[in-house]
Design a binder for this molecule. Sequence first.
Ligand SMILES: [Zn+2]
Length: 234
Amino acid sequence: MTNTANFHPSIELLNDFTQGKLATGMSVALSAHLELCEACQEKSSELESEAAKSWAKVADDQVTPDFSDMISTIVGQAQNSEQESAGKQERPPVNEIHMLHHSVTLPRVLAKAASQGLVWKRLAGGIKQASVILDNKTQCEFIYMTPGSKVPVHRHQGSEVTLVLDGSFSDELGHYKASDFMVRTKDNLHKPASEEGCLCFAVLDNPLTFTKGFAKLMNPFIGYKFRKALAARA
Ligand SMILES: [Zn+2]
């Protein structure tokens, strides 16, 4: 796939990723971006070889960073946590998600994540959401914004990572296209909207807080749903 991303994970996040410090959900999002972005693949290989050098000065050449190994490890982690939480047999990967007028081919790591089965729920503003369970620290979901949809203004209690898989969306800070990887923290108040429609994979490490009007009424419910989902995973 061609590298068209304009927004990439920070070097700190890549570093945490290569050192295995991230929750599985976050690793899956990052790994999916790496599948789509050569520049970040190269950076993460460099980080890995730097780490390998500093940890094993004597064996410089014996430790060869291998990107495809890392992908299989993460795919394996996603699969294991899926099986642990669901107690189900391995299912074939879901390679594509069908949108309004076309199909979107998923990065391998997301195809694996989606194999646990996607149940789409309709949310307000033309948004559809399908959750996947990858660990007990993050809330992971595919989000499909139908053309012309808007998410109510919201603030995050934790951070949210969004990877665009198809189409595009905008918020106050920019316009995002396929392969773009964004992190929003609790300091960002934002209001995403998509004219042409958009498929994303999002990872939250805390529930959203809606700040305006009617959607505010949903807050306790979102908190409840999130706690319930976490309890079900424990
Ligand atoms: Zn990148």
